[in-house]
Structures are given as C-alpha cells and as structure tokens.
Design a protein around this ligand. Sequence first.
Ligand code: MEV
Length: 448
Amino acid sequence: MNKRISGFSKLNKAGKIKWIVKTFFKDPENVMNELMSYWHSNEAEQKIFDGFSENTISNFMLPYGVAPNFMINNKVYAVPMVIEESSVVAAASSAAKYWADRGGFRAEILGTRKIGQLHFKWSGNALKLRSRLDDIKEYLMSEVGDITKNMDKRGGGIREIELIDFTSKLDQYYQLRVSFETCDSMGANFINSVLEQFGQSLQQFVIQDETFQGEEKDLEIIMAILSNFTPQCMVRVTAECPIKELGNFPGGMEDETFARKFYEAIQIAHIDSYRATTHNKGIFNGIDAVVLATGNDFRAIEACGHTYASKDGQYRSLSHCKIDDGVFKFWMDLPLAVGTVGGLTSLHPIAKRSLELLGNPGAEELMMIIAATGLAQNFAAVRSLVTTGIQQGHMKMHLMNIINSLNATNQEEKQLVAYFENEAVSFSAVRNQLDAIRTSSNANNKAN
Ligand code: MEV
C-alpha cells in the first residue's frame, strides 16, 4: 500500500484521520473512533487546540497533577505539574513539605536579559566596520521603533548591541549580539522580529553609507534568531537548615550521615558526566512539568539548562551542596527564560488555570517557582538514592499501575497493597496474587 501522500495538510481533520487509519492501522474503524474520542466535547475549545500546531488529528492526554506546600520566600504555592512519570509529583510534594517545615525555599532573580544574534559575513575592511559601529547601532535602533514601541512602554526593549568578531573561528564571520528585556513575555517573537529587521537594516546601511560605497557585496546576512542560552536570565534558589534539624531518615540514618552522603552525591554529579546527566534529568523532571503546565517552551528551557551545565567544558550537576559550620545548604543557579503573558500561556485553557493557581505570577515569580520545583525534585531524588534507593517509591506506583490495569476491586487493591508491602513487585507476581485472592474468595463464597 502506498504510504506517501501529497496534500495531506489540505485535508480536513476527518479526512486526515481516515487516510491515517486506513493506511497505517489494521482496525481502522476502532482507531478512528478512539482518536475521535479524545476530541474536546466543546467544538470551540477543540479549535483552540487545533490551532496550536499543524495536521492535528486528536489530543494526547498527559496527567495534570499538583504538588502542594511549596513555600518560596515565605509564600505558599500549590504547583501544577504535567508529567507522565510516576513518583515525580509525589516526590516534589514530599520535598516541598519537608522544606516548608524548615523555612522553605529562598529564591532570587539574578538577571532577566535575553540574547538574540544576527549572524553575518563581512569580507570588507574590519576596521571600517568597527569605526561605523555606533552609527550602525543608531540606525538599526531607529529602524525597529515600530516593533519595540509597545515593549518599550512596558519597560522592556533592546538594551545592548555588541559586535563580535568570530573571524578567527570562521572566515569573515561576525555577529551582532543583542540583549533584550522582554518583561513578562518569553519574547521569542519580539526578539526574532527585531533581529530580522536588523538584518535588512544593516544591508540598507551599507548600501546608503558613504564609507561603504561600492562595498555592499561584502556583506552577507546568514541568519537572525534568538539564542535559547540565557545566562543573564537567571534565578537562584536555595534550601538550607542546621544539620541537626534535618531529621531522621529511613533505616535509622542520622542527620549527620545523611548530610555527608547527600553532599558526596552532589560532588559525584560534579565530577562525573554520566551521573550528572541523570542527576540533572531529575531536576528537569520537576522543571519541565511546571514549564509544560504553564504553557512554556520546555525544549528551550532544557537546551539552555544543559548548555549552562557544561559552561566550563564538562557537563556537571546544576545543583550544589555545602556543609558549613553545622549548616546544610543546597542550591541551584539556573538560567530560565519563561513568560506569563502571550503565546500558549494565554491560549491554552489549562495553562491559564495553572497561572491562576499560582496567583497569576509575573515571569520573575514564575522563574522562582519553577527553579524551586526543580531543586525540590533533585532533593527528593538524591534523598531517596542515598537512603532507601529509588525503587521502593517507584515500585509502589508501579504496583498501583499494575493493579489498575488488572481491574482489581477496591477490596482486592487493599489486599494486594498489603501483600506487596514486603514482596517484589512484577506484573506476573501481582496477577498471580490477584488470582489467588479471587480463588480464595470464590471458595469462601461457595462455602457460605
Ligand atoms: C528518574 O526520573 C530521576 C532520577 O534518576 C534522578 C536521579 O537519579 O537523581 C531518580
């Protein structure tokens, strides 16, 4: 069967589904019904989702959970999280409560600037380019007045334009590195519009300016785009308390031992990239979940975080730990460019609810909430790893998923949970135990 098609995007939604199910599935009718069963019952709402991306045929559901008791700078939040992985929300909630009992998280904004780049080649005289830089900047700024007007009014706009000479790395390659303030918006469209206009205006300047007469061919614009690496858009989040207030841990582990093992675990993630990757993955379990729930761009946030984690040439832990004078301190600096206005944040009905649940924060407050969730997640993961191991918690969730998939009754569920308190969980072990419970209950019924 021909699996290629031209004009797929022009088909209406039903047409797209029909072609997909007929071409790729063995039971087209069932699959079609299933895909359509996930359409929103309200047509207008569905239209909003269809508008987010292209060739939409259905909606893909993910759990929307909440981690309560996050105390950040003395304010308490219930944090919305969208994630498919079991134990993550439970871990965030548990770490949030733990730290709320010890003063909560402290968070501060270290900067909010974002970067965009105009990449170009200049084969003309480098000194001439430098000597005209101030006039070039002035001209470029005057050319984007219409685009920046509203952002300027909101207190944002363009802050700096730098010429960077990369010719030692790539022949004739320069860039204009532009820094922006975008207030409560993530600012991607704003930044990209400014940069594309800069590209056209730079060409115009070279054509018009006397210094460059006849040299317009020396300029070639390669591309204009924001950078998702935002080391000047940064939040710091910290949790700390005296070691003697850390409490006791499973297996009777004492506070001192816990603090030392925790500290070592963080050091390991600083010296070994294999561990650092998993360690930071745990941090992003929390971060991505809130980023998604609030309609922000998790790919941008991840890319940025990982670049920052390798800023000195080796991929390392994003979080840090220090034990000083009997005080346990755990913290993270994280570049995080998010928005609370514009884009999906104001279109997605549940993203809007997430922001409402958080008290409609501005971008800076949301940065602090997201970073605290990442740090809490990291704390919970490393706490489990250096005490019980993570399988204990995971297996509890795994057990519940197996029980649900076997359609156990409430009574059977209770019996299974009690039985597997001290038994290894596997699908076949749970199914066998459920069979045993059912057989014995049938036998009892018959006897009565
Ligand atoms: C699992 O999703 C995340 C962890 O592996 C993180 C870690 O190892 O720190 C538990």
